[in-house]
Design a protein around this ligand. Structure first.
Ligand code: HEC
Length: 394
């Protein structure tokens, strides 16, 4: 019952998270596009205080959009703010983190041969990891470390590489990659909460008090919102690649994650430059070449399948290993607490069940991903039995 309830809750929260994230990223893409696409306005509009304008057609309507150099006079009675997209994405994401990784910390958060073995300690480490990441980012942005745009970019990349290396030491691989994404997403939500919103509130308050607003306030908000724009694709990569076990199970996953994230940010740069009217396809070509290079490098250095057991392996031997180490979870009716249905929809009750999933079985057994957190204390010999059988029948 509890397992089924958790499944439904999980479905609901995951759905809410994806919907809010689409709204947030959509708003980020739209406003960056808008800002970079603005044209020189007519003299009449310049006189009214406009800095740029553009025309667009969407859904059968023609829109005229303009941006003020500072602000209109008088101020409009209704001004739309964009903050709940960010807050609700972060809140639903945190709820999902708790539901998946904290409620089942022993299976999902704690990894094999990692620094932390205790589930409660792992939860504390997860919270500290996210908070520490945010503290480092703010330190970079508020001190001379991030004094110039170049320095900021360099410091941010270094932070993400170090965070990734640390996460893969602390947590199970899948949880580690998710934590890199969650840390970046936390910086982004904090950018809205700590910098963008307060700057905008101070800007509006100055206007309402009849003072000239400090242009630095607008510049600071814009700066953080540009950071957020570049970070969207790396976060999406970390969140969605949970479905690509070969990435987080790679022996050098800690390096793959920041490399692919950087390529994603580079691809984003192409679009931002293009919105300004400069088409530089070379940026996308470089991103594509780097992606292929990373893929080739990763496949050359991936974990070698376990050495096959000597001699042949009998069906009975495989059945023994399955019953002992797999069927508590991977059965039509799992007996392992917390699973109402077979995880991943995968049932491994007989040796023949393994064959259609041969590649995934070899990869998850060779890299120690399965059984999750080695809950069943499988031995290397037993792993070899499975890999030998599956490889021979493949
Ligand atoms: C404690 C429960 C548990 C045990 C025991 C367990 N698994 Fe899993 N397994 C899971 C869960 C949960 C998933 C889905 C993980 C995910 O969503 O990435 C999974 C996923 C898999 C996958 C798919 C991985 C991929 O590429 O996406 C394979 C293959 C697999 N298990 C094989 C096995 C084998 C073989 C055994 C026995 C040696 C085993 N598992 C034991 C819980 C378990």
């Amino acid at each position: 019952m509890t397992a089924e309830l958790l499944d439904w809750l999980n479905l609901l929260v995951r759905w809410a998270h994806v919907i809010t994230a689409i709204a947030w990223i959509g708003a980020s893409f739209y406003f960056i596009w808008l800002d970079l696409s603005l044209q020189q306005p007519s003299d009449e509009k310049l006189a009214k205080g406009f800095a740029g304008d553009l025309w667009a057609i969407h859904g059968g309507g023609i829109y005229e959009v303009g941006k003020y150099a500072s602000h209109p006079t008088p101020m409009p009675t209704r001004l739309h703010w964009f903050k709940w997209e960010a807050y609700s994405t972060w809140l639903t994401g945190s709820a999902l983190l708790i539901l998946l990784y904290y409620v089942r910390a022993d299976t999902y958060l704690v990894g094999n041969n990692r620094l932390i073995e205790d589930p409660t300690l792992a939860i504390a480490a997860s919270i500290a990891f996210l908070a520490f990441g945010l503290a480092c980012y703010e330190l970079i942005m508020r001190t001379a470390i991030g004094g110039t745009v170049k320095r900021q970019a360099f410091a941010l990349v270094t932070l993400i590489v170090l965070a990734s290396a640390l996460a893969f030491e602390l947590f199970a691989p899948r949880a580690a990659m998710l934590h890199v994404g969650a840390m970046i997403a936390t910086l982004m939500a904090a950018n809205v909460f700590l910098i963008i919103m307060p700057s905008q509130r101070a800007f509006i308050a100055a206007i309402e008090a009849g003072n000239k607003p400090d242009p630095q306030l607008a510049i600071r908000a814009k700066h953080r919102s540009t950071h957020n724009n570049y970070l969207t694709l790396p976060v999406l990569f970390c969140m969605l690649s949970n479905h690509s076990a070969f990435v987080f199970n790679h022996p050098h996953a800690w390096a793959l994650v920041p490399m692919i994230s950087a390529i994603a940010a580079l691809a984003r740069h192409y679009f931002n430059v293009k919105h300004q009217g400069r088409d530089r396809p070379a940026i996308l070509v470089v991103a594509a070449i780097l992606f292929v290079a990373v893929a080739i490098g990763a496949s050359l250095t991936k974990a070698q399948p376990l050495a096959a057991a000597t001699g042949t392996v009998s069906q009975t031997q495989v059945q023994v290993v399955l019953s002992k180490h797999c069927t508590s979870c991977h059965a039509q009716k799992p007996t392992f607490a917390g699973y109402a249905t077979p995880p991943g929809g995968l049932v491994f009750e007989t040796p023949a069940d393994l064959i259609p999933q041969a590649a995934r079985v070899i990869s998850s057994i060779s890299t120690n991903y399965m059984p999750l957190a080695n809950m069943t204390n499988i031995t290397p010999q037993e792993r070899a039995v499975l890999v030998t059988w599956v490889s021979a029948s493949d």
